[in-house]
Design a protein around this ligand. Structure first.
Ligand SMILES: Cc1cc2nc3c(=O)[nH]c(=O)nc-3n(C[C@H](O)[C@H](O)[C@H](O)COP(=O)(O)O)c2cc1C
Length: 368
């Protein structure tokens, strides 16, 4: 039997050739939300990396829903055309399936580029942000305007428009962000949701808007294509969002037609105390998978191919997403395949550099 990491996975009508996912990574290199040549290169290299699935960085559903001025958008015709060019490029030259991550930054928007001062709010060129409630992210951060009913309708519609654009330009999969302290997570967590209407208070109320966004988007996304949701399984703060809450959310999403949950943690509160370490989020993924009976994507400090394979083999997750390991080693799947005695897709142009094949050829002709 082959290595589970390199076995295919079918979600609805999509068969992903293996379980290695290149996770979403903001590049802050878009102009007015338009993908640039940087995105062609960045995503193009991963499309041919041997990974089964590549997920774009967050594409934001409206201009004020961006994190920075350099963030990707999918709210205009120009955004759609620019990202469509990247999708075509990756599908033509690579073998990975392509997913788009859609998000609204909420009160974490209007931020400087990380290399201009990590997670600092913009001053002069900033914009007014919106949130679940009026509390800023932290002291010194702009106060978001709490979304009223008309605002929630607008934001829901923006999500639907974005997923319609994503379908039109041929993405294979979509992932909606309810994680990392961004808008939908702000509704979910009692630390950031202080509303007194039907969208605040108990868990059902706090889930109401995020679930309504999901439902509207799912209806606009092709039935034969998978739709996942990224969650933060815990805020890592006492009194915050918990793994038990996440299981309730995952069960509700499953009923509404969600195909997988991508399990991250944190990002909402600066008071978070994260227990960091190799694969530190995997136990959350495994719990959600078991309790909700839904495929899960595990992530966070996964680097060793044998570890990644074990995560799938042990039934802790259905996919593993790598981010930083893929930045430092863009052909990580080749290395993993060699370590596990497997084959992955690789371009003919790179045949002579493909290590496991090279090793096999050497073994077959020992005199060389
Ligand atoms: C440069 C960079 C940008 C990121 N951007 C996003 C993003 O757009 N959306 C998201 O959900 N996670 C984002 N993440 C988080 C990663 O997808 C991943 O979950 C996290 O880095 C942990 O995995 P790792 O240890 O393999 O890097 C980003 C991470 C990095 C390093």
């Amino acid at each position: 039997m082959g290595a589970p990491l390199f076995s295919p996975l079918t979600l609805r009508g999509l068969t992903i050739p293996n379980r290695v996912v290149v996770g979403p990574m903001c590049q802050y290199s878009a102009v007015n939300g338009d993908a640039s040549d940087w995105h062609l290169m960045h995503l193009g290299q991963y499309a041919k990396s041997g990974a089964g699935l590549v997920i774009t960085e967050s594409a934001h559903v409206e201009p004020i829903g961006r994190i920075t001025h350099g963030c990707l958008g999918l709210y205009s015709d120009a955004n759609e055309e620019a990202l469509g060019r990247v999708v075509d490029f990756c599908h033509t030259h690579g073998t990975a399936k392509l997913g788009v991550q859609l998000s609204h930054a909420g009160r974490k928007g209007s931020t400087r580029l990380p290399w201009e001062g990590r997670a600092a709010p913009l001053d002069a060129e900033g914009w007014d942000t919106v949130g679940a409630s009026g509390q800023p992210r932290a002291e010194g951060w702009p106060r978001p305007a709490p979304l009223d009913n008309a605002g929630m309708d607008r934001v829901r519609r923006a999500h639907v428009d974005a997923v319609t654009r994503a379908a039109r330009i041929g993405f294979d999969l979509v992932e909606l962000v309810m994680a990392h302290g961004y808008l939908l997570h702000e509704f979910l967590s009692p630390l950031s949701n202080h509303r007194t209407d039907t969208h605040g208070g108990d868990l059902n109320n706090r889930m109401r808007f995020p679930l309504s966004v999901f439902t509207a988007m799912r209806a606009a996304w092709p039935k034969d294509k998978p739709f996942g949701v990224r969650v933060s399984a815990t805020d890592w703060v006492d009194g915050g969002w918990t793994p038990d809450n996440t299981i309730v959310l995952a069960n509700a999403l499953k009923k509404l037609g969600c195909d997988y949950v991508a399990v991250s943690t944190g990002g909402l509160s600066l008071d978070q105390k994260i227990a960091l370490g190799e694969g530190h989020q995997i136990s959350f993924a495994a719990r959600i998978r078991k309790a909700a009976g839904l495929p899960v994507m595990a992530m966070g400090m996964i680097e060793d191919p044998l570890h990644a394979n074990r995560i799938i083999d042990d039934g802790d997750a259905d996919m593993v997403a790598l981010a930083r390991a893929m930045l430092s080693d863009p052909h990580w799947p080749w290395r993993a395949a060699a370590a596990l005695g497997e084959d992955v897709n690789y371009p003919s142009q790179y045949l002579r550099g493909y290590r496991s094949k090279w090793l096999r050829e050497r073994r077959a002709t020992p005199s060389q």
